[in-house]
Design a protein around this ligand. Structure first.
Ligand code: 5GP
Length: 193
């Protein structure tokens, strides 16, 4: 998506050859009008799928998922939690996810009240790197008996392999911008996006 690529080039900061900072519109401040346009594009890309629920993971997925959900009819957002709160009651689906940013393994959970066998789920996240977050969410969808309709990612970093692992599983994965490399601070996108 040209618009996202231009925004990344204008506002993104390359922290190392494998970490991109996009705090000005996605990870600290949310550019709501802009993310709405990403939502419109996800709706176009997944128009044929009967999606009734969006699943993401706290915390950075929540903002984008909520704005994307507005483009789908009657579509709540469920976010996987990585900490048990004091109001942790009832039954949960659990999985383990290694955090890209914190390098530790979280026990991630979603209440059984919010995912059911009749659900048709779209997973949304801000970044796709090694794929741990998305693969963990796919595991939770599988445990719930819901149907995984697809995965929508704002920014995929192709050098970190998560995208190819997930595509090999036959999942309908759409990334709005695919970064091929960030050597010496120069961002190069994959040609076909
Ligand atoms: P993965 O699980 O695919 O390795 O990493 C995905 C998660 O790590 C995303 O939910 C995102 O929060 C974070 N992440 C991965 N790469 C980056 C990056 O380059 N920049 C930022 N800001 N977050 C990233």
């Amino acid at each position: 998506m040209k618009l996202l690529e231009e925004k990344i080039l204008k506002e993104g900061k390359v922290l190392s050859s494998n970490v991109l900072k996009v705090d000005s519109f996605l990870n600290h401040q949310l550019d709501v009008a802009f993310i709405n346009e990403l939502g419109e594009e996800f709706k176009r890309l997944f128009a044929k799928e009967p999606i009734n629920k969006i699943l993401t993971i706290e915390s950075s997925g929540i903002g984008i998922a909520a704005l994307v959900a507005q483009h789908f009819d009657n579509c709540p957002v469920v976010f996987a939690k990585n900490k048990a709160g004091i109001n942790h009651d009832g039954d949960f689906f659990h999985t383990k996810v290694e955090s890209f940013t914190h390098k530790c393994v979280y026990n991630v959970m979603v209440s059984k009240a919010y995912l059911h066998p009749g659900d048709h789920v779209l997973i949304i996240d801000d970044f796709l790197a090694h794929g741990h977050a998305v693969i963990g969410l796919m595991d939770i969808v599988h445990q719930s008996g819901a149907v995984l309709e697809g995965v929508g990612i704002a920014i995929e970093k192709a050098s970190q392999m998560g995208g190819s692992i997930i595509r090999k599983k036959g999942v309908h994965l759409e990334s709005l911008a695919i970064i091929e490399s960030m050597h010496d601070g120069v961002i190069k996108f994959k040609d076909n996006c």
